[in-house]
Ligand binder design. Structure first.
Ligand SMILES: *[C@@H]1O[C@H](CO)[C@@H](O)[C@H](O)[C@H]1NC(C)=O
Ligand SMILES: *[C@@H]1O[C@H](CO)[C@@H](O)[C@H](O)[C@H]1NC(C)=O
Ligand SMILES: *[C@@H]1O[C@H](CO)[C@@H](O)[C@H](O)[C@H]1NC(C)=O
Length: 320
């Protein structure tokens, strides 16, 4: 009984417009069909396209990526044989050289055991997408990087939601990130993760990347502002303006570090490091040439560190 039900469901869901039972066809959005296929090489059977009910009795001609097909493809409803990664933008026209009527884009998505090629892994912890939020108010942004050979790849669609509630996102002008705002962001502890899905394509190859996170995992303070030095050894700074208020409740921990004057704050070769809850630190090192570095993170969530702020000290001259 269960088996039968499953078979019926499977048939209804997946094979509506394809003759091949290995693959699955889905309408991702208006005018875009996605074929899920196991690998990049193979004949995937026919996909049926319809120009539109209104054109039932018209002389309809089809083109692929703006070019005539050989042999010519005509009729309101046509069968397109799909193989390998050959999808495309199929347009239908009134008559052989006639007016544009409608279009359907066929995209191909490979099964999950194929390595993605469009985006580059950001880091082992982040995967392909890096997300960050300046506080807990619900605004966050995510970025990704296209691989050198897929720099032409374009984002087709971005979806974000939490507990089935839609979150609005705006794609950046260069297509390498989104800014999102969770308008229903809970002020108490988050119960549900945010799910982000990015659909990106290079020609007909579609890849889908997902990321799931709590804001508390990505909330990253801005670098500590107003870093200054007084009487040659007492450094002080402030809580970032963008951080959640009040400061007394949303506490930060600060890491302070002294590095040699020609090193970066990330250097493992440091003179001293320490952590503090205060927004000041007195340096007792004897060195007269060093860089003072400070960065922040949420005291309670073990979220990510901010970028560093730093001052360069060279004998009598100090620059922050
Ligand atoms: C155009 O084609 C799409 C399928 O890609 C179909 O859903 C839509 O109804 C068609 N538009 C018209 C005006 O027939
Ligand atoms: C497909 O072609 C139509 C008509 O030229 C165009 O409006 C549409 O933007 C194209 N879509 C893509 C994804 O290339
Ligand atoms: C770390 O900082 C605290 C004050 O915030 C200080 O009491 C302590 O001595 C420092 N530790 C080292 C190893 O410098």
């Amino acid at each position: 009984m269960h088996v039968l039900l499953l078979i019926v469901l499977h048939a209804a869901l997946c094979c509506a417009t394809s003759d091949n039972h290995q693959i699955n066809v889905e309408t991702l959005m208006d005018n875009v069909l996605v074929l899920r296929v196991p690998q990049s090489v193979g004949g995937w059977g026919d996909v049926t396209l319809t120009c539109g009910e209104a054109y039932q009795n018209q002389p309809v001609f089809w083109k692929r990526n703006g070019e005539d097909l050989n042999p010519a493809l005509r009729g309101n409803e046509v069968k397109i044989p799909v193989r390998d990664l050959n999808g495309g933008n199929y347009t239908c026209h009134l008559g052989a050289d006639g007016q544009f009527l409608n279009h359907t884009v066929i995209m191909i998505q490979l099964g999950t055991d194929n390595t993605p090629v469009i985006l580059k892994e950001k880091s082992p912890e982040d995967g392909y997408i890096h997300c960050s939020a300046p506080n807990y108010k619900g605004s966050f942004h995510c970025t990704w990087t296209r691989t050198k050979h897929r720099s032409n790849a374009a984002v087709l669609l971005v979806k974000a939601e939490r507990n089935l509630e839609k979150i609005t996102c705006e794609l950046s002008a260069d297509g390498s990130g989104v800014h999102c705002l969770d308008a229903n962001c809970p002020s108490k502890e988050e119960q549900h993760r945010i799910f982000l899905t990015v659909y990106i394509h290079s020609y007909s190859r579609l890849e889908v990347y997902t990321k799931a996170f709590y804001l508390r995992e990505i909330a990253t303070p801005a670098q500590p502002p107003n870093l200054k030095i007084s009487n040659g050894k007492l450094f002080s700074w402030d809580y970032p303006n963008s951080w959640e208020k009040p400061d007394s409740y949303y506490r930060l921990d600060f890491q302070v570090k002294l590095v040699h004057h020609d090193n970066s704050c990330n250097s493992e070769d440091y003179l001293m490091h320490n952590t503090t809850e205060e927004t000041k630190y007195e340096v007792t090192a004897r060195s007269k040439k060093y860089i003072f570095c400070v960065r922040a993170k949420d005291k309670y969530t073990h979220g990510p560190w901010s970028h560093w702020s730093h001052c360069t000290v060279n004998k009598r001259t100090e620059s922050c």
